[in-house]
Ligand binder design. Sequence first.
Ligand code: MN
Ligand code: MG
Length: 624
Amino acid sequence: MTARPRPPPPLQTTRLRLLATTDVHLHLLGYDYYTDRSAPGTGLEHTATLIAEARREAPGALLFDNGDFLQGSPLGDCVLHGGIATPDPVHPAIRVMNRIGYDAATLGNHEFNHGLDALFAALRGATFPVVTANVARHQGVRPEADDTLLPPWCLLRRNLPDAAGQLRPLIVGVIGFAPPQIVQWDRNLLAGTLSTRGIVETAMALIPRLRAVGADVVVALSHSGLGPVDAGPDAENASTALARVPGIDAIVAGHSHLPFPAPGPAEPGIDLECGTVFGVPVVQPGAYGSHLGVIDLDLTHDGQRWRVTGGQAELRGINSAVPAAPEIAETIGPDHTATLAWIRRPVGYSARRLHSHFATIAPSDALRIVAEAQAAFVAQQLQGRPEAALPVLSAVSPFKAGGRGGAQNYIDIPAGELALHHVAGLHIFPNTIAALRLSGAEITEWLENAAGLFHHVLPGSRDAPLIDKDFPSYNHDRILGLGFRVDLRQPARYDRYGALVQPEARRIRDLRWNGRPLDPRQEFILATNSYRAAGSGGYVWARPSRLVDVGRTSIRDLLIRHVAEGHRPAPPAAPDFGFVPMPGTSVIYDTSPEAMAHLAEIAHLAPEYLGPTPSGFARLRLHP
Ligand code: MN
Ligand code: MG
């Protein structure tokens, strides 16, 4: 009689749900403290409702945050600078995360913006582990030997019911990564105290160890955008490359603020249907609480341990139908009230009204103060570096200059004390400071591209429209530090996409720097914003190779600091911008009805009021 082999026990399967947020940036409530208004589509108080729903569907779900949770709203400044009379010892962001019940988190680059003491003061209050594997106080010869700032990973021990309802232990290993550039971006605060490694290099070394210490499932919290497949060793956006590192079961990406999975072009390795990158489920839940990432992993128990056999990822967006979870506002009520008082108090002063009614046709104090703040910040960042020898110019655009935004779409701040929301309104986008190293010749082309805002005007013609309404004013750059005139008799040299369409045409005339004609060979540093530094708006001269690293500070924040330090818009010098005179010619210009009180500022254009337009603008006839 031969013994029949015993059949193997039936495989047990189950599912594990992972939930994730990223780049919340202190948008705990759906409130924009910069504008002092509610901000639909943002706020962890709404994401918390989605979290509760997703947990109800899948009890035992784990919740992670992927970094940039301590910075990004005036609430943080209010906490840091003593704006709260009887502060809770636990930072409001951490208090909310404790309340929601996060299981683990990692650090983003912005966690380092206020130095390590402030970071640790906040982290002390956390009731969940915070991990980061590639940031070290002292580096060893290999990643395994690094003395990391925080634990590189944590092990979460849970019991999962199998299909028969029997609980079986599960160990989830959670490892964290930050962009290695943090040591450069906050060099003024961190110099010599920290060093970083590449994300992929660190993962290659540590994931096998995380498996070896018992992780059945490995989750990477990667505060890094998806990026190229073949990301370089120190890539800022390395999450796509990370997906190819063996042994990772799920990735939470972030930092770029872009949602994933989301509709987009087909890319190698990316399955938008399943939300996988090279087979690994990945979520990148937007920013400011806009989305909740949901990853469902299929697990099989082989008699020894749970193993991941598959999975899928999706995003759930907060929309107007997602109510706020009331416990969030409850948790930070006093902080919110204090922040409202904080943003409404005066932060600076302007002796003159700051408006953008004529920002596209004349020098504007509202633009000038932003340009000055950018230039001052960049000059300070360059101190002690080779680029410090180059003159700093500063490019700004009139974001609010009527157009499709309508007749209310202007900056108009009364003279006197400036509240924080006034100052923040001078630069309405959350982009960060950037700097480029450019030649005088390239800067001339830059201004030619910007001059595409204006229509071609024939000498002697009457009442032609001056502004091309299809050219967004946020793509019209003015450069502080240069004087020039625009020759409207010439057609635009570039089209709206930066293509050279009229090689013979030159609209920029009398271009001067420091009172002398601009030398096309001289090199300059151009301070600008991150949107423009990426070449947006057809500014093809903004090549990656010309970027000079000046950190990741938001322009609104550096502007608020500049004004709070007592800087006021410099008194108008000689006009640095105008048109080449066109005797006997008139053009039509629409602006805010409020501009009528300030026509003296454009007296040189001999404005005549022609009446209101159907959409509520005031129509002017100008004589360039
Ligand atoms: Mn961020
Ligand atoms: Mg970030």
